[in-house]
Design a protein around this ligand. Structure first.
Ligand code: C2E
Ligand code: MG
Ligand code: MG
Ligand code: MG
Length: 285
């Protein structure tokens, strides 16, 4: 015992390490509780075409903590990934999104909408991921061809053949795939060619300064051109200004997403926004 407590260095960092561990353990328990008691929520952020018409949404998870208020995914998804809780959370996201897509598909005003969800590596790597997705879609009678799974490049670090196999099977049922945060990871262009993605999403970090940073502009230009030559669609994330939108549109970027078009919002706010747009376009000569 004396040995453990001896030495200034260990005395200095131990309490902090212990505290960090406690916070983690506590947060993990709270996250389990959140799943069980409906504290998780999907927010919906519009995705628009070059005319600004809403073509669908990306579903983004939020945690409504009873004491701490709304918690962003950046503050709990990494822990969920480490602990494996992401498998259950991802299942909940998939279920909720399919239910929403099915509801949209039953109404004329919303039946065209696409919905994208984020799938983490650990969830995608589940041996039965394909059947989980197909079962969930079937259970809700959701239109598979309007569901997009957003994957990140980190998926490509291992077992590319397995990834291709799963994607191909899901594509045969109509699902779409989008490569999220493109350019921030390490995907090899050789893999990109072989993977059946529909869309490349240009990361916020390149879009943010695209008007003032020549390097970012060059990167964005290259990604749009790459998408075109692979016959993929490109989506720009993080569009906050009209000038960014115009710049991206001139480059030939197909779709946009960002605060300029709408923030991630609860479903009722998203649907109200959609209705406002529909009535505005109905009265435009
Ligand atoms: P992402 O999938 O790349 O999502 C885009 C992020 O950019 C979202 O952050 C969104 O709110 C933010 N964003 C959108 N427009 C703008 C803009 O104009 N300016 C700026 N500065 N940011 C914008 P959010 O909602 O905090 O999500 C962060 C990340 O958490 C997501 O990045 C995704 O990787 C992960 N995530 C979110 N929901 C889920 C989920 O259901 N499952 C999993 N596995 N991961 C999720
Ligand atoms: Mg995403
Ligand atoms: Mg992204
Ligand atoms: Mg991201």
């Amino acid at each position: 015992h004396a040995k453990q407590e001896g030495g200034n260095a260990s005395r200095a960092f131990r309490p902090e390490m212990e505290q960090a561990l406690q916070v983690r353990v506590c947060m993990e328990a709270e996250l389990r509780q959140a799943l069980a008691t409906d504290q998780l929520q999907l927010f919906y952020q519009p995705q628009v075409d070059t005319r600004g018409t809403i073509i669908g949404a990306e579903a983004l998870i939020r945690w409504q903590h009873p004491e701490r208020g709304m918690i962003s995914p950046g503050d709990f998804i990494p822990l969920a990934e480490e602990t494996g809780l992401i498998e259950q959370i991802g299942g909940w996201v998939l279920d909720t999104a399919c239910q929403q897509l099915a509801t949209w598909s039953r109404h004329d005003a919303t039946s065209h909408l696409q919905l994208s969800i984020n799938v983490s590596v650990r969830q995608f790597q589940q041996a039965d991921f394909v059947s989980r997705v197909l079962d969930t879609i079937a259970r809700h009678r959701a239109p598979a061809e309007r569901l997009t799974l957003e994957l990140t490049e980190s998926l490509l670090l291992a077992n590319v053949e397995g990834v291709i196999d799963k994607m191909t099977r899901l594509k045969q049922h109509g699902l779409n795939f989008s490569l999220d945060d493109f350019g921030t990871g390490y995907s090899s262009l050789a893999y990109l060619k072989r993977l059946p993605f529909n869309t490349l999403k240009i990361d916020v970090s390149f879009v943010r300064d695209v008007l003032v940073d020549a390097n970012d502009a060059a990167i964005v230009k290259t990604i749009v051109a790459l998408a075109d030559s692979l016959q993929l669609k490109s989506v720009a994330e993080g569009v906050e200004m009209q000038a960014q939108r115009e710049f991206l549109e001139r480059l030939g970027c197909h779709y946009h997403q960002g605060y300029y078009f709408g923030r991630p919002s609860p479903i009722d706010v998203f649907e109200a926004h959609l209705a406002t747009q529909a009535s505005a376009s109905a009265t435009t000569p």
